[in-house]
Structure formats: structure tokens, C-alpha cells
Design a protein around this ligand. Structure first.
Ligand SMILES: [Zn+2]
Length: 395
């Protein structure tokens, strides 16, 4: 049994992430648990996939991988919440799940051959490219066998669901706030993939654009990114299957145990060129220090470097309140970042605050995780290896 579940968390998940690289954050956030005998796979609203290893014993890896992608679709599109919103009752579940499945599979069929029992808009006598609510309202009853994709697909509790994560078992699944952050992460990965490679199914791209338009406070995103970065830097990452959800754990409580062992070395590089406003820079620095303080990192453990094009040498700043913002032309943050890498002890984490109008180092810095808080409405995109959060429209 354990072997079969391991096969799911490794081979099928890798198949899924290989075929849908932009869904990787969501796929690796899934927690795989033993499920209901006779029901191959279902998902709850805490991103936990319940698996019956016996039912899946003969199912090929790509079919299991497809199911993971499909169930992830229910979670990303928040079908549970949407079902509640339009009052889907227990009796309506079969019809709703068919409608929700059609919304998901409609996009998946562009890229691969669907399993024969997967519901498509065609099965409901509807055109492609509609929302689940529309298929639910106008679609005919599917003649396909009903598949219960779980609470994550329709919002109704299931007997095999485990207890929702609480203070005692917070590592046992994704909570509402984490789910919102994951959705935004995936949405931004989709838009990025579309920009660089193309080949994003139309409905998925539409979902991503709609999700990103829905504004989330950048402080929340920044906090989540820093905590994740800290936990990775501290070596708290365990990529082996059952503990993989730690990678996306963002509660400070989970990071703390490792921080007690060792405080990471952090440098903050500030873009002080003319295009940055004092107010926004001050706000960003205060926020970053507050977030780091919240996970036990003292102010004096953070080295601050201010940097603009005019400065020949990047300079150490003792007190952020004393920052003197200079005018001048463009910015070359490579000077400040370069100086940060020469600090002793060498930083393991570099956080850059900028409007993005700067050249960046060409390659990933050895042994250093780099983060950027991008300020302004349309900051240029830094290289892929830099983790970014956008503080839109607050400059
Ligand atoms: Zn489904």
C-alpha cells in the first residue's frame, strides 16, 4: 500500500509537473493520504488527495498523473466555494461535478487524450470554453458514470476526509490563506509561461488573468515568500514525498524551530535612484524588517546597502531612517548586489527593493537565494531565478 502511494507522490506527480510545469507549485502542495476503498482518488478543500491504492493498482502512471492535474483544477478554480455560492445541494452534486469537470477537462483535452470516462462539455451538449456555473445551468445530465472528486470539487463533507488542519496538526494540509497564495503563484506562473513559451489552454489563461486581477495585499505575499525562502535556506526542506508540503508551509511557527538552530545571514539592497519614492522605500523596508522580526531575526542581523547609478561604491547603511535618497539617472543594482555578496559573513539571502529598472546579475548566485520586491505599476521582469513579489500601484 505504502509503495503504491509512494508511486503516486513520485512518478505521477513528476509526470504531471513535467507536462504542466506551470502547475508545479500546486501539484507539490498536494498531500497524499489513504482514501475510501473503491474510490480511486478525491480531494478535500485543504488540498489533501485521498487515494485508494488498491483501486489504482493497475492504473498507468500517466492516468494517475492526469487525475492529479484534474483534482488540482478543482482546487485552483475553487469549485467547492463556487458550489456553495450557487447553493449546490447534496442531491445536485453529481450534476455539479460533471459541470465542474467539463470546465477543467475542456482545457486539458487541448494537450492530451482524455481518459474515456472524463466528462467534456460535449457530453453535456454544451460548447467549450464556458464556466462550470453555465454548464450546471444549461448542460444536460451527463450520461457518464458519476465520479465523486471530493469535497474540494463540491464543498460537501465526505466521511473519509481527515480533520481540517488546526494548531495541533498544521502541517496536514493547506489552509484558506495558503490556498489563496498558491492560486496567485500558479496564476503568475501560467502568465509567465504563456509569455515565454505559449501553449497555455485558453480557459486556464483566462482563469490566471482573472485571478491576478484580484488584488491581494503585497505584504501577505512578501511574508509568505520570505518565510518560504528562510525555511529553504535553513535546510528545512525535505523533498521526499510525504513531507513535501513543508516546502510550501508558510506559518511562522513552522519556520521557527529551524531558526532557533541558526540565524541566516541576510542583506537588503535598496534601489535609491530617482524613480523610487521615499515613502514606498520606507514602507518596504519597515515591512521587511517587521516580517523578519516576526520570525525571530533581529534588526542588527540585516545588513542594508543603498545603491543607485551615481554611487561608485555601494554603501552600508546603519540606520534605515538615515537613508539619504539621491537623485540621478538610472540604476545598476549589480554593484549593490555584488557588494552584498562580499559581506562577511556572506549573506545566504539577499532581498532587493527596486522598481525593476536595472540590469541583473547574469547567473544565479552560488549559495544565495535572491528575492525582489518590485515597486510600481509595470516593473520589468527580473531573471527567473529571482523570487519576486510585486507591490503594484503603491509608489
Ligand atoms: Zn473532477
Amino acid at each position: 500500500m505504502t509503495t503504491d502511494r509512494t508511486r503516486l507522490t513520485s512518478a505521477a506527480r513528476l509526470w504531471a509537473a513535467h507536462n504542466y510545469p506551470y502547475l508545479a507549485s500546486a501539484l507539490f502542495a498536494l498531500r497524499i493520504l489513504p482514501g475510501e476503498p473503491g474510490l480511486e482518488m478525491s480531494v478535500d478543500t485543504n488540498w489533501r488527495v485521498y487515494v485508494d491504492s488498491n483501486s489504482l493498482a493497475e492504473v498507468p502512471t500517466d492516468r494517475v498523473g492526469f487525475q492529479l492535474v484534474h483534482l488540482t483544477g478543482h482546487l485552483l478554480r475553487d469549485h467547492a466555494q463556487r458550489a456553495a455560492h450557487i447553493g449546490v445541494s447534496e442531491d445536485d452534486i453529481s450534476h455539479w461535478v460533471a459541470a465542474a469537470d467539463a470546465e477543467i477537462n475542456d482545457d486539458l483535452q487541448d494537450m492530451l487524450r482524455l481518459p474515456p470516462d472524463a466528462v467534456t462539455p460535449n457530453d453535456l451538449n454544451c460548447p467549450d470554453g464556458k464556466f462550470a456555473e453555465e454548464y450546471y445551468e444549461y448542460g444536460s445530465e451527463s450520461s457518464q458514470k458519476f465520479r465523486d472528486c471530493g469535497t474540494g470539487a463540491h464543498g460537501h463533507e465526505r466521511s473519509w476526509n481527515q480533520e481540517a488542519p488546526n494548531d495541533a496538526n498544521k502541517d496536514e494540509g493547506v489552509n484558506v490563506r495558503e490556498a489563496e497564495i498558491l492560486r496567485r503563484q500558479v496564476a503568475s506562473d501560467i502568465v509567465e509561461h504563456h509569455r515565454q513559451v505559449g501553449q497555455i489552454p485558453e480557459g486556464l489563461l483566462r482563469w490566471a488573468t482573472m485571478t491576478l486581477d484580484h488584488k491581494v495585499d503585497w505584504r501577505t505575499e512578501l511574508g509568505s515568500m520570505l518565510r518560504r525562502g528562510l525555511s529553504e535556506t535553513m535546510g528545512a526542506v525535505d523533498y521526499s514525498n510525504s513531507r513535501i508540503s513543508r516546502r510550501i508551509s508558510i506559518s511562522p511557527e513552522i519556520v521557527l524551530p529551524s531558526l532557533r538552530r541558526r540565524v541566516p545571514s541576510i542583506a537588503l539592497v535598496l534601489d535609491t535612484s530617482a524613480s523610487m519614492t521615499d515613502r514606498m522605500l520606507g514602507l518596504a523596508v519597515t515591512e521587511i524588517k517587521g516580517l523578519l522580526g516576526g520570525v525571530g531575526i533581529q534588526n542588527d542581523a540585516i545588513r542594508v546597502i543603498s545603491c543607485d547609478a551615481a554611487a561608485e561604491e555601494a554603501q552600508m547603511v546603519r540606520n534605515v531612517d538615515d537613508l539619504l535618497l539621491k537623485g540621478g539617472g538610472g540604476t545598476d543594482l549589480r554593484v549593490g548586489i555584488g557588494n552584498a555578496t562580499k559581506l562577511l559573513p556572506r549573506p545566504e539571502l539577499i532581498i532587493v527593493v527596486t522598481d525593476g529598472g536595472t540590469p541583473w546579475p547574469e547567473e544565479r548566485l552560488q549559495g544565495i537565494e535572491m528575492f525582489a520586491l518590485l515597486i510600481g505599476d509595470n516593473p520589468p521582469q527580473p531573471p527567473n531565478w529571482i523570487h519576486c513579489v510585486r507591490a503594484k500601484g503603491e509608489s
